[in-house]
Design a protein. Structure first.
Length: 151
């Protein structure tokens, strides 16, 4: 898991072949003008999901993990307090991995919480379980989905 501000994203460009394209999109796009929903960037390899939702409580949030995609979660407005736990330490699955949605939920409690303000992001890799959208009030964010196996 990585936590940083958007201007520092350039430090991580070499971690994945699609990170330069992801960074360029996040840096050069008017993200506040995007409508909620899914926006394709590079076929199924790179896309962004725009969310605008009211925050939930820590008790309501469930840890989730993905196999096919890395999440880059950038907060645009509000404060998103994201929970984190190493996937290897999650031993209370709620369900099987949903292949279509690339998600599995867990009933484990996060090991830590990260208060993510606007213009800050977290990168969650497949070995990072995370519980997003925790907070009071509205949260607007983008979730960049980066295919683990880039073509």
């Amino acid at each position: 898991m990585i936590f940083a501000t958007l201007p520092l994203f350039s430090r991580y460009l070499t971690l994945h072949p699609l990170f330069p394209a992801a960074y360029a999109y996040l840096r050069d796009t008017d993200l506040n003008a995007l409508a909620p929903g899914v926006h394709q960037i590079i076929d199924q390899q790179l896309f962004v999901i725009v969310e605008h939702a009211n925050g939930r409580t820590r008790a309501e949030a469930k840890l989730e993990a993905h196999r096919r995609y890395i999440d880059i979660q950038l907060v645009l407005a509000g404060l998103d307090e994201m929970g984190w736990q190493a996937l290897s330490d999650c031993n209370q699955p709620i369900d099987e991995h949903n292949l279509e949605r690339d998600i599995r939920f867990f009933d484990d409690a996060p090991a830590t919480w990260i208060a993510v303000p606007p213009a800050h992001f977290c990168i969650f890799f497949p070995d990072d379980a995370h519980a997003p959208l925790v907070g009071s009030g509205a949260i607007r964010k983008v979730i960049m989905k980066v295919a683990v196996a880039a073509i």
